[in-house]
Write a new protein. Structure first.
Length: 289
């Protein structure tokens, strides 16, 4: 029997994406090793691989929880495993402020952003950013806990509400200008050096995430969009990401956020592009023989 490469798929819940990735791995002649992070212990250090399969060399991270994704990635890396994405890229992408800092320092256009830690400083920041202003947590996904304030009264209500949430992350108020985009944003997928597909996320609501009811439609990837998405991934040293981009009528493309463990069911359905196969083809190219 010839060599059959093993690839790890670290997960919490088997969603459509994980099923598709598992089947794609098999179709490509790989042996997928599903690592259920809720029922697996991970020994930290170079001897830790004995808690997994010694034949593993690459793990694809698919955890939902940011904390579980980052910390399990650190444990995998301590064993000498290649993890996609790596822990630093994952940590940066999961922190919206860190992402904005890296992108802006790289010369990539991002929304004008400020942080503050109480209402008075929020008010001062908003006097610079202007109304309406978007308030969001520095850690989060699926468009949750994001609010828009159109005046001082609404801003006060949002900040006061956040101040009573015990999570310390909510004590950091990340404020951004409201970008006057059309009723959509763009999710662009990057896999290695390739941009295989993109979708418009369309909604009459200003939050366009598909998790919040946005509709996925195929988007044309022009050379400018492709170059921008690749530059974003490179600036984070990330290999597989979803890049969320606004279209500003005056400033052009503005990068809003980066997702290090992107869902892609809606993209496959809207575009017909087999993202799951392309991901596993990329993972296969990394496997040590």
């Amino acid at each position: 029997m010839g060599f059959i490469a093993q690839v790890g798929i670290a997960y919490e819940v088997i969603r459509w994406e994980e099923k598709a990735l598992t089947e794609a791995a098999k179709e490509l002649g790989l042996e997928p090793k599903l690592i259920h992070l809720h029922s697996t212990y991970l020994l930290v250090g170079l001897n830790g691989k004995k808690s997994l399969d010694p034949a593993l060399s690459v793990v694809l991270q698919r955890a939902i929880s940011h904390a579980i994704a980052l910390n399990s990635t650190l444990a995998f890396e301590s064993m000498g495993l290649r993890v996609v994405n790596n822990s630093l890229s994952t940590a940066i992408a999961m922190n919206k402020l860190w992402t904005i800092k890296i992108l802006s320092n790289t010369g990539i256009s991002v929304p004008n952003t400020a942080i503050s830690f109480d209402f008075d400083s929020c008010l001062k920041a908003t006097n610079v950013l202007g109304y309406p202003v978007v308030i969001k947590p520095i850690d989060g996904s699926w468009g949750r806990l994001i609010a828009m304030a159109r005046d001082e009264e609404e801003l006060r209500a949002v900040i006061e509400h956040r101040s009573y949430i015990p999570n310390p992350i909510m004590k950091v108020n990340m404020l951004q200008e409201f970008v006057k985009k059309p009723n959509r944003d763009i999710r662009v997928f990057v896999i290695g050096e390739e941009v295989p597909a993109a979708i418009y996320r369309v909604s009459n609501h200003w939050i366009t995430n598909t998790a919040r009811g946005g509709i996925a439609l195929p988007a044309k990837v022009d050379s400018t969009l492709e170059e921008l998405a690749l530059k974003v991934a490179k600036s984070l040293n990330a290999e597989i990401v979803g890049v969320d981009i606004f279209e500003d009528p005056e400033r052009g493309y503005i990068v809003n956020e980066v997702n290090a463990i992107p869902e892609f069911k809606n993209t496959v359905k809207a575009t017909g592009c087999p993202i799951h196969i392309k991901i596993m083809e990329y993972i296969k190219s990394l496997v040590k023989k």
